[in-house]
Design a protein around this ligand. Structure first.
Ligand code: SF4
Ligand code: SF4
Length: 398
């Protein structure tokens, strides 16, 4: 049976493997294979998964409906549903109420177990939600048992995460975390901070949308195989995350039966603290290989921070390195997202005023000013500022 971990805030016993409802099985033509998706979700429940994560706009709005259909016939009461309100689509309370009503109807339920503000990137985003009455309304829904837990999902900087997590007595939060992102976005210390505040953490992007399976350098694969020839990169990646006692659930967007079977098998014995000294050593070597292959040898230590001009120096280098290391085609979108297109404090490379203060503190002796110019050149092409300003307008960021 799949292991469970206790939600440290409310005592819910949650399966350590959660079903991420955004990468469903597809037909040969590329559209969602709905019949198979529903069967896969029911099979997941039968195998012990009791946490399902969806969102208002996943799969162009189809995700919630499919989950709702899958949970008919007695399945609803066996699981916790997590879904999300998209703040950038919410200009006032009525808009939020309308979206929520649609969500309940699509999910064919009259309550949501875990309700998140989707992709909050900083406290300013939370403040706006508070200002227009969304937080009060969510609290009222909670009092009436229509939602049971209030949380947020996060993509942004460590500093913004800290401000946001301390801004409200959250019931839970959702962050991106994996062995490549230990020092990125919320970071390991952010995970530990949430845990120390008594806030359960749900982990998303455990394998970076498959990139930590399909795009790994051959040397990394060799390193993994040297210890356990039959263990897949996916298993290594998941076990690394579950090794953290601060993690409650890992969300995996399982798109076929084989992935479900493999993840379920791993989730049956992936206890916190179960990685051996030797396995942890493998990860150290893997991280060293990945580090060596990076364009800028930034370790994410953040000794160079804060930057007086607001540049997220390690964040800029992380985006730059990922572009080359994982051949990530969505690198510009990721740069915009994590460097603060939705934050009150954007942190792009172009903000550098070349004061040089950071370079004195860098243990890697990185020519930070020089490297930031390269980042700017590759990530901020002509029209970048216009894209940022349109995106901020669309997302209602002031
Ligand atoms: S050189 Fe640029 S990145 Fe470094 S502290 Fe000064 S403004 Fe910030
Ligand atoms: S001090 Fe150097 S290594 Fe550390 S985060 Fe800053 S640039 Fe990266």
């Amino acid at each position: 049976m799949i292991l469970t971990r206790k939600n440290i805030k409310n005592g819910d016993e949650l399966s350590i493997l959660g079903f991420g409802c955004m990468r469903f099985p597809t037909t040969k033509g590329g559209s969602i294979d709905e019949k198979r998706s529903i069967a896969l979700m029911r099979d997941a429940v039968d195998k012990g998964i009791n946490y399902f994560d969806t969102a208002y706009f996943y799969n162009n709005g189809r995700s919630e409906s499919l989950l709702g259909e899958a949970l008919q016939g007695g399945y609803r009461r066996k699981v916790k549903i997590a879904t999300k309100l998209p703040p950038f689509m919410v200009g006032n309370l009525d808009a939020a109420k309308k979206i929520f009503k649609t969500q309940l109807s699509k999910l064919q339920t009259d309550y949501i177990d875990y309700y998140l503000l989707h992709m909050l990137s900083d406290k300013a985003g939370f403040d706006r939600m508070e200002r227009i009455g969304i937080i009060k309304w969510m609290e009222e829904l909670k009092r009436n048992g229509v939602i049971n837990n209030i949380g947020f999902s996060f993509h942004g900087s460590r500093a913004d995460f800290e401000e946001l997590i301390k801004a409200y007595p959250w019931d839970f939060c959702q962050i991106q975390y994996n062995y490549l992102d230990e020092n990125k976005q919320a970071t390991k210390s952010g995970l530990q901070l949430a845990h120390s505040l008594g806030i359960p953490v749900i982990v998303m992007e455990p394998l970076r949308g498959g990139k930590l399976v399909n795009n790994l350098p051959a040397e990394v694969i060799k390193e993994f195989k040297s210890y356990a020839p039959d263990r897949s990169p996916a298993e290594w990646g998941l076990r690394w995350i579950w090794n953290h006692p601060e993690v409650t659930v890992i969300l995996s967007g399982m798109s076929d039966e084989e992935q479900l079977a493999e993840n379920v098998r791993i989730a049956q014995d992936a206890h916190a603290g179960s990685l051996t000294y030797k396995e942890l050593e493998i990860f150290e070597r893997v991280k060293a290989i990945l580090q060596e292959k990076t364009k800028v040898p930034c370790t994410g230590c953040a000794y160079c921070m804060p930057c007086p001009a607001g540049v997220d120096i390690p964040g800029c280098f992380a985006a730059y390195n990922d572009k080359y290391l994982l051949a990530d085609k969505r690198y510009r979108f990721k740069y915009l997202q994590t460097l603060g297109v939705m934050s009150k404090r954007p942190a792009f490379a172009s903000q550098c005023i070349e004061c040089g203060k950071c370079e004195q503190h860098c243990p890697q002796n990185i020519q930070i000013r020089q490297e930031l110019k390269r980042v700017k050149k590759e990530f901020e092409p002509a029209g970048f500022k216009l894209v940022v300003s349109l995106a901020r307008k669309f997302m209602r960021v002031k």
